[in-house]
Design a binder for this molecule. Structure first.
Ligand code: FAS
Ligand code: PHB
Length: 399
């Protein structure tokens, strides 16, 4: 016999999307239950994104979960694009009326939101298994799952699928309704965390004949770096020495810019894909974040898009519960997909401009990329377009 629990919104997944949604709903006295199949330790140590858009930080500050990001986050007002041995600064804030990015590890945001959730005393279940979504076409959907060896039924009015690319929610939409758009890129990224002071105050995106490289950071003592690799590479093909050697070559500047090395404390390979599943809602089920879309990380958008989804979904659910109005909820997928595709395009644009494509045998694409880069660094209009996308587009929410 399963144990039954009743709530207003059942949230599958305790990543940035699920946790932020639960937080925003609780602030409006809307109850939720959050289930997560990994352990708390796992989700708080998973190294992923590092760049927060202005809108993400503003939301955290405005809703009372921004104290630590304001204290510890590193505000950046520009990025560098480096190619042919020269660095070109894109003055993000000058070009966007003062908007900026903040460097703050995704796992730090997850820790902040878990703390906030636990303070509410409302359910946040880790290490849940066998989750299954039912009844999304009815008035009484439910999520079945197993927790501590016991079967549970979470009866809710709405279900939020925030369980990422490999979750169960997307597949819970009727197959005949689902339309998927996907591009897999012919490369991946080797990502490292190195215990060494960053070699640059700002992020450096490097285009090089050997492939793309990115210099980022987490704290004044911790560097985050990426190097383009073959999509089928495994991490044991990338010993530390090879990673540093490729980074030195791809960032090299005749003026002798120095890349500092240090102990690598984490390394992993991230595949590259663009992915959108439409629609993002059906019946009582709403998808948010990676459950609905994936962008190549070149534009630093994945996490921020997830937060933008749940900001809209939370406001739409508040409208429904507080005023009995469903108009905002009914338009959720349409509104979000308009923003998602703008961000998909920007991420695709950054990715195809900055990576070497293995099939570019005659060098035609390389010449196009160099032409694009030279135009970019010589045009205020082109830089403004990059800047307003990078700091985050200002999108209208539910009316
Ligand atoms: P998430 O995947 O973060 O969270 C989903 C949660 O649901 C997970 O905790 C998962 O364990 C849980 N879950 C899955 N199935 C479940 C089930 N059946 N039941 C219960 N829970 C379930 N974005 C950037 O902007 N910059 C980057 O550099 C960057 N690097 C990345 C590297 C990697 C390896 C990956 C995978 C992603 C990266 N991303 C990056 C994108 C990433 O940051 C996502 O956009 C972000 O985590 C999206 O958040 P969520 O939608 O909450 O999904
Ligand atoms: C990161 O710091 O992890 C990061 C920064 C910018 C990106 C991707 C990842 O485009």
């Amino acid at each position: 016999m399963a144990r039954a629990i009743r709530t207003q919104v059942a949230i599958v997944g305790a990543g940035p999307a699920g946790l932020m949604l639960a937080y925003l709903l609780h602030r409006e006295n809307i109850d939720s239950v959050v289930i997560e199949n990994r352990s708390r330790d796992y989700v708080t140590h998973r190294v992923r994104a590092g760049v927060l858009e202005q809108g993400t930080v503003d939301l955290m500050a405005a809703t009372g979960v921004g104290d630590r990001v304001k204290r510890e986050g590193l505000i950046h007002h520009g990025i560098e694009i480096r190619f042919e041995g020269e660095g070109h600064r894109i003055a993000l804030s000058d070009l966007t009326g003062g908007r900026a990015i903040t460097i703050y590890g995704q796992q730090e945001l997850v820790k902040d939101l878990i703390e906030a959730r636990l303070e509410t005393g409302r359910p946040l279940w880790f290490e849940v298994s066998e989750a299954h979504i039912e009844g999304i076409d009815a008035q009484a959907p439910l999520v079945r799952c197993v927790k501590d060896g016991e079967r549970h039924e979470i009866h809710a009015e709405f279900i939020a699928g925030c369980d990422g690319f490999h979750g169960i929610s997307r597949e819970s939409l009727p197959a005949g309704l689902r339309r998927v758009y996907e591009r897999e890129y012919p490369f991946g990224w080797v990502g490292i965390l190195a215990e060494v002071a960053p070699s640059s105050d700002e992020l450096i995106y490097a285009y090089h004949d050997r492939g793309f490289a990115l210099h980022s950071l987490r704290t004044p003592e911790l560097s985050r770096l990426y190097v383009q690799c073959d999509p089928h590479d495994t991490i044991d093909q990338w010993p530390d020495a090879r990673i540093w050697d490729e980074l030195h070559q791809r960032f090299a500047m005749p003026g002798g810019w120095v890349l500092r090395e240090g102990p690598i404390v984490e390394k992993s390979i991230t595949p590259m894909r663009s992915f959108v599943a439409e629609p993002m809602q059906h019946g009582r089920l709403f998808l948010a974040g990676d459950a609905a879309h994936i962008v190549p990380p070149t534009g630093a958008k994945g996490l921020n898009l997830a937060i933008a989804d749940v900001r809209d979904l939370a406001a739409s659910l508040v409208d429904r519960f507080r005023h009995g109005r469903s108009t905002a909820l009914d338009g959720y997928s349409r509104r979000r997909l308009q923003h998602v595709w703008k961000v998909q395009h920007f991420s695709y644009w950054m990715t195809t401009m900055l990576h070497r494509f293995p099939e570019d045998r005659d060098g035609f694409q390389r010449q196009l990329q160099l032409g694009q880069l030279r135009y970019l660094v010589g045009s205020r209009a082109a830089q403004t377009s990059l800047a307003e996308n990078y700091v985050g587009l200002i999108e209208s929410g539910p009316a």
